[in-house]
Ligand binder design. Structure first.
Ligand code: ASP
Length: 362
């Protein structure tokens, strides 16, 4: 029996395995399997053994929805005991959402789940996908970081801290609030102090009992109460993407009333405040324009990305959690997605909770 670690490669879709057609790039069934089968690197002794599982249908990640997050998490749970790690080959457009969702759908995860993809299809001679595949498979088998991460452009980033920041540069993902968990160069440097510890118990996939309606809304100058009212009316939850430190218009009472009415019983819509900024944290008590949101009942999302907040909101509501508990749990660190700050007291402009420094280089 081989002693090499075993990695399951789940092909979900994305540019990496796409082929150009007259109507644009589309995933091509069979292409990735043929390509990987012809990669001598994947057969080398120092590589883990791998098996490819192809999801049907293969998707451009722009076509994915919460059912697809669930499909991937169920696939991982089904094969969990058979492998030492998982690589999810996925499109870049919504990779940060899927990575975030998986981190909430798989509590108790004790093995690496690494999402990767590429900016250029493997059909392109300069594709970034080849190295991503090799390194993601290598890391999933040989570097036991028990988290959902994204491997892209020589860095391993926590999935629920990642955002797609470029659609051309190979450096396509970044985390504004957490340095990479590992940097991959001539050597592999793991930032152990940032990585989560293996959980004590077994994998406990989240059981979903309903399909809540959640949305995100990036506020903009000119937004008014009527727009909010119409948008929020059918929703169970909303991620409000605000300016800067978590600020929004405060002079338009109809805007604030629309939020307050949605949040109050009987509607009980959960509204989370996340910043439009790529880095930093929401502090609703710093400016008057944030304080009005706090008074309307908006829940601070602290330093969560909107992607993490949306998927966390979806998962909590889908698991049947009552709205009041969702508001509390949103502010708890479930999978490394935020640094909690339960005080919520007005405080002087002192340094906030010490946080691992973000990485803006490269
Ligand atoms: N539209 C593609 C996708 O997200 C883009 C990519 O993979 O880079 O599936």
């Amino acid at each position: 029996m081989s002693q090499r670690p075993r990695v399951c490669v789940l092909h979900v879709g994305g540019t990496i395995g796409m082929v150009a057609h007259a109507d644009g790039y589309r995933p091509q069934p069979g292409f990735l399997a043929d390509y990987m089968g012809a990669m001598p690197e994947l057969l080398r002794e120092e590589m883990p053994e791998h098996e490819l599982v192809v999801l049907d249908p293969l998707l451009d990640s722009s076509d994915m929805d919460p059912d697809d997050w669930l499909r991937i998490s169920e696939e991982i749970a089904r094969h969990y005991d058979d492998y030492d790690g998982f690589v999810v080959v996925h499109g870049t457009d919504t990779m940060a959402y899927t990575a975030s969702a998986l981190s909430f759908l798989l509590p108790g995860l004790g093995k690496p789940v690494i999402l990767t993809g590429s900016q250029l299809s493997l059909t392109d001679v300069r594709s970034d996908g080849r190295e991503h595949l090799i390194t993601a498979i290598y890391l999933a088998g040989s570097v036991p970081i028990p988290e959902v991460t994204i491997y892209f452009a020589a860095r391993l980033i926590r999935g629920n801290r990642a955002q797609k920041i470029h659609n051309q540069d190979f450096f396509a993902f970044n985390s504004g609030n957490l340095a990479p968990l590992a940097r991959i160069g001539a050597s592999i440097r793991v930032a152990h102090r940032l990585c989560r510890q293996p959980p004590p118990g077994p994998l406990r996939p989240l059981k979903l009992v309903r399909k809540p309606k959640v949305a995100s809304l990036r506020i903009f100058p000119g937004i008014d109460g009527e727009m909010i009212r119409r948008m929020v009316e059918p929703l169970d939850g909303l991620v409000l993407e605000t300016y800067g430190n978590g600020n929004a218009p405060s002079r338009d009472q109809s805007f604030l009333n629309a939020l307050a009415e949605a949040i109050a019983p009987p509607r009980d819509t959960v509204i989370i405040n996340c910043s439009q900024c790529h880095g930093g944290r929401v502090d609703q008590l710093r400016y008057g324009t944030g304080m009005t949101l706090a008074r309307a009942g908006v829940t601070s999302g602290y330093d969560m990305t909107p992607e993490a907040a949306l998927t966390k909101l979806y998962c909590l509501l889908a698991a049947g959690t009552p709205a009041a508990d969702v508001r509390a749990r949103i502010q708890e660190d479930l999978a490394g997605e935020l640094i909690a700050d339960p005080s919520q007291r007005p405080r002087p402009r002192a340094p906030e909770t010490a946080s691992p420094l973000a990485d803006h280089d490269a």
